[in-house]
Design a protein around this ligand. Structure first.
Ligand code: 5GP
Length: 118
């Protein structure tokens, strides 16, 4: 079982406007902004605004509203960065590489022959 939601995680602060972010999309339920340490140029994070730690405790309805935005952003970054493909992923709990504990999807434009930053 996963730990409780921490209302002071960095994405909660971004959602409350307490920390700045470079927003690229926002609607009633969803926010997308540029990753501050991009794995590749055009790396965007897409978040449901509803509080959940990760996919394990997410409300399925909130998840269902988020995926179409992930798709929209994937198409947008592919176009904007003239990418050959788009990597979409997310991590749940530290053992799986999660470092910020508000559910988010990574959307990363990819180019043939160009590796992600380590
Ligand atoms: P994860 O939890 O999925 O492993 O990674 C969290 C992601 O959030 C990382 O890619 C990291 O660069 C990004 N990140 C961490 N802190 C901030 C921040 O303050 N602003 C933004 N825009 N991204 C952040």
């Amino acid at each position: 079982t996963s730990a409780a939601y921490d209302t002071n995680n960095i994405f909660a602060k971004i959602l409350r406007g307490e920390i700045p972010s470079y927003k690229v999309y926002e609607d009633e339920h969803t926010l997308a902004f540029m990753d501050v340490m991009p794995q590749a140029p055009g790396h965007v994070l897409v978040l449901p605004k509803a509080a959940s730690r990760n996919i394990l405790d997410a409300d399925p309805a909130a998840l269902a509203r988020t995926i179409p935005v992930v798709q929209k952003i994937a198409n947008a970054v592919q176009e904007a960065f003239d990418a050959d493909g788009v990597f979409v992923c997310q991590f749940n709990e530290p053992a799986a590489g999660q470092t910020v504990f508000h559910l988010h999807f990574h959307v990363i434009p990819r180019h043939e022959g160009l590796a992600l930053k380590p």
